[in-house]
Write a protein that binds this ligand. Structure first.
Ligand SMILES: Nc1nc2c(ncn2[C@@H]2O[C@H](COP(=O)(O)OP(=O)(O)OP(=O)(O)O)[C@@H](O)[C@H]2O)c(=O)[nH]1
Ligand SMILES: [Mg+2]
Length: 255
């Protein structure tokens, strides 16, 4: 039974680094894990993918053939990807890992706003699927960025209708006081309002906080897990949170 961890998030949030850290972590504890690179535009990866979209699609050829720029080419490549899902699934079946990590491209249009990413994930041959939404902690330490990032996260959750864990990455770059402040904003909408009101007028700040409350009450995101994909801080907490969803806490929980 394959369980997929699909790593999403804005460009540069650390999806690839986190995918790599998860891969190494699972390997170190002798779990049967494989990794799929879904980013056709990436030049260098820290890991060797077991399945690689670049074997099927070349975005540079698409740019030339259709006279389009890199973003359009990426979107086109994700639409074309649907033609190759079956080939990729047959590789997944031949490897048959217990855990499949899926590293996705940074252009969120593909995952949050277009159907091709959703179709791909639906067709992916895995019995259980979990989304990670990675937020760059340094970027999110400004409340305005946090809110806009959470809105994208909510779009991803609505699009996929899958369980989602919010991962706050780059903890090593975030001073402790800023991390604590972030935690307060996420826990108390009053604190978030106070912060937003120092940037926006009262009505705008209230409107944003109401959206935040609605997103929370509809469980569009959960409390976040702060990690560092580089220093591996709190990776054990993330692995446990993943286990609770993908393995119902039965297996791999005690590490
Ligand atoms: N210090 C620190 N740097 C990080 C961490 N995670 C990622 N980075 C760095 O952030 C940059 C972007 O990381 P990537 O893993 O490529 O981010 P990505 O989300 O895959 O980027 P795209 O695929 O282009 O959207 C790289 O320079 C990473 O080394 C982290 O936890 N701590
Ligand atoms: Mg990447």
């Amino acid at each position: 039974m394959v369980r997929a961890i699909i790593v999403t998030g804005l460009a540069g949030s650390g999806k690839t680094m986190l995918s790599y850290s998860l891969l190494e972590w699972y390997r170190n504890i002798k779990q049967d894990v494989a990794i799929l690179n879904l980013d056709p535009g990436v030049l260098n990866l820290p890991y060797k993918p077991d399945i690689d979209v670049r074997e099927f699609i070349n975005i540079w050829d698409l740019m030339e053939k259709h006279s389009i720029g890199p973003n359009s080419s990426l979107i086109l490549s994700m639409d074309l990807l649907l033609e190759y899902v079956e080939k990729m699934n047959s590789i997944i079946r031949s490897i048959n890992p217990k855990i499949l990590i899926v590293d996705t491209p940074g252009q969120m249009e593909v995952f949050a706003y277009r159907l091709s990413g959703k179709f791909f994930v639906d067709l992916l041959d895995a019995e259980e699927k979990l989304l990670l939404f990675v937020i760059d902690g340094v970027f999110a330490s400004d409340a305005r960025n946090l809110i806009s990032n959470l809105l994208v996260c909510a779009s991803v959750k609505l699009r996929f209708e899958l369980p989602l864990l919010l991962v706050l990455n780059k903890l090593d770059l975030l001073p402790e006081d800023k991390e604590k402040r972030l935690q307060k904003w996420l826990r108390s909408s009053k604190r978030l309002y106070e912060e937003l009101a120092s940037h926006y007028n009262d009505d705008e700040a209230m409107y944003l906080v109401k959206m935040f409350r609605l997103m929370k009450s509809y469980h569009l995101f959960t409390n976040y897990i702060p990690v560092s994909a580089v220093t591996l801080d709190n990776m054990d907490l993330l692995i446990q949170a993943i286990s609770r969803v993908l393995f119902r806490g039965d297996e791999y929980l005690e590490l």
